[in-house]
Design a protein around this ligand. Structure first.
Ligand code: 5GP
Ligand code: MN
Length: 364
């Protein structure tokens, strides 16, 4: 065990972002989380889980924290996520990938389960049952809609990424940052802040980035790998899918909607894997004439993964929750069923419903 480090203080958003009821973990929560790790028996088994279709924050906070646990001497340690055990290409250089096992091979009865970046058990697919076993379930997250499904919940809606919570817990456990941990947490922080562009990019976020960079990691190399590399087939696919985007200026009570879709056939024609579509929302949401942007990605015969973004005028988490999903005010998603037109029709209808103050408070 390493000497205790001074907790760095979380990279929380400003007071404006923290509404009543979204105050983040209490000192008692932090103490319970630290105790859950410290009380592990010498041969204690730990299972780390993140959400289905893991993104940079899910994988980065999970693997970074896993590398930290390794430093504490925890060696019966697995990391996993539900669904196909395929790591998206941009994340295949992450340190700590050796901790990953397919969901089917994950420890059925760990002493401690730690869950990253998932707002609810439904985001854990076939792994959801692992949290109700005999072991302790610890939840690290930053979604305001988190249902508090762990025994101990470290949920900070004011944190820019789950990695902010992970860094704080590592510090409280006395684990100092090394380059491996830092690279994972940097990938998580930079993806969830849109490369330090979104409103959640506070002074504290930059201070956390500075602590991570101080370990010697190379932001240029990391960013190129994560944001600026894709197969040529994906470039051509994006061209086609962007070419069919539709702008509806009157939608969302005049704030405007821009949307497009990609089918499994589009992927097959360009010989691409589904993960390449995760980046598609970025060129779509650039559309100046629309506050709301949407990409509808086919995942099965009549099933679609829907990504929603807002520039601020519309709370898209309200739309996503109404349609069975979740997320944040400016970035949310859900699973849509039926045809593309049916899915987009439902979005249009929800966007037309004026938000009440009560709805907004519930989302926070
Ligand atoms: P993305 O569009 O990048 O897939 O997701 C944006 C945000 O929406 C994520 O941070 C996640 O919280 C939320 N989200 C996306 N898809 C779903 C879903 O199917 N269910 C829930 N509950 N949340 C989702
Ligand atoms: Mn996140």
């Amino acid at each position: 065990m390493e000497p205790a480090a001074t907790p760095p203080g979380p990279a929380r958003a400003g007071v404006d972002g923290a509404a009543a009821g979204s105050a983040g973990p209490t000192e008692a929560d932090w103490a319970a989380a630290v105790a859950a790790v410290r009380r592990l028996p010498a041969d204690g088994r730990v299972l780390l889980i993140c959400h289905v279709n893991p993104d940079g924050d899910a994988l980065g906070s999970m693997l970074g924290f896993g590398l930290g646990l390794r430093r504490l001497g925890v060696d019966r340690l697995q990391a996993t996520f539900p669904g196909p055990p395929e790591v998206p290409e941009p994340f295949r250089g992450l340190p700590g990938l050796e901790l990953l096992v397919p969901a089917a091979a994950a420890d059925p009865e760990p002493d401690l389960v730690i869950c990253f970046d998932a707002a609810s058990e439904s985001r854990l697919g076939e792994l959801a049952g692992r949290l109700t076993g005999t072991g302790i379930a610890l939840v690290l997250d930053h979604h305001a809609s988190n249902t508090g499904f762990g025994d101990v919940n470290l949920v900070d809606p004011a944190a820019a990424a789950t990695s902010v919570v992970a860094e704080e817990l590592l510090a409280r456990l006395g684990v100092s940052l090394d380059a491996g941990i830092a690279e994972c947490l940097y990938v998580a922080l930079s993806t969830d802040t849109g490369s330090f562009r979104f409103d959640a990019t506070t002074v504290a976020v930059h201070e956390m980035a500075a602590r991570l960079l101080a370990t010697g990691i190379r932001p240029g190399d990391i960013s190129r790998r994560i944001f600026d590399s894709r197969p040529f087939g994906a470039v051509r696919l994006f061209g086609e899918v962007l070419g069919r985007a539709r702008l509806e200026p009157a939608a969302a009570a005049g704030h405007g909607l821009v949307w497009t879709y990609a089918t499994l056939d589009d992927l097959a024609r360009h010989d691409q894997r589904p993960y390449v579509l995760e980046a598609l929302i970025d060129p779509v949401r650039c559309t100046a004439e629309a506050d709301v942007s949407c990409v509808v990605k086919q995942t099965g015969p009549a099933e679609w993964a829907v990504s929603l973004r807002s520039k601020g005028a519309v709370d898209v988490s309200r739309v996503a929750v109404a349609l069975g999903g979740g997320g944040h005010r400016l970035a949310a998603g859900f699973t849509g069923r039926g045809t593309v037109d049916e899915v987009v029709d439902r979005i249009r209808t929800e966007l037309a419903v004026p938000a009440t103050r009560g709805d907004i408070d519930k989302q926070r």
